[in-house]
Ligand binder design. Structure first.
Ligand code: MN
Length: 139
């Protein structure tokens, strides 16, 4: 039991965050980011990718859950096929698995991302997804 009160963050209170170019290709907006107070360590947000936008290759030290809320997208693990994902689909990415996720070339995609942090870190960011990889020609 601790004395910290529960916290309600009202819809629309938080500014939309633009995804940084080091971590994303194309236009990406992060809405309603959240991060638990210690000892909780879950964090995440509702992330929207414009058509053609995607993360760079990356991994998560404790894995990640994605819940697709809108549109049409792709997810791919290193060495695996590009897989289509759509609204209601849930994706589990195991710890330390190199992967990317994003929109299709013609339709945007939004997902909730839920990620635990380890030593303050949720992700290790790597190189961009090439056009050949994105199009599935190089998978
Ligand atoms: Mn991820």
């Amino acid at each position: 039991m601790n004395d910290a009160p529960l916290k309600v963050t009202r819809s629309g209170e938080q500014p939309l965050i633009r995804g940084q170019a080091d971590y994303f290709t194309g236009t990406v907006e992060i809405d309603t980011p959240f991060r638990a107070d210690s000892p909780g360590r879950v964090s995440g947000g509702h992330i929207s990718f414009k058509p053609g936008a995607r993360t760079v290759w990356h991994s998560h030290p404790l894995g990640q859950t994605l819940v697709v809320t809108r549109g049409a997208g792709f997810v791919q693990r290193w060495g695996g096929p590009v897989q289509a994902i759509g609204p209601g689909d849930v994706v589990w990415i195991p710890a330390d698995e190199k992967h990317w996720h994003g929109a299709t070339a013609t339709e945007g995609m939004s997902h909730v991302a839920i990620t635990e942090h380890q030593d303050g870190k949720t992700s290790d960011w790597l190189e961009p997804v090439s056009e050949a990889q994105y199009s599935g020609a190089d998978s």
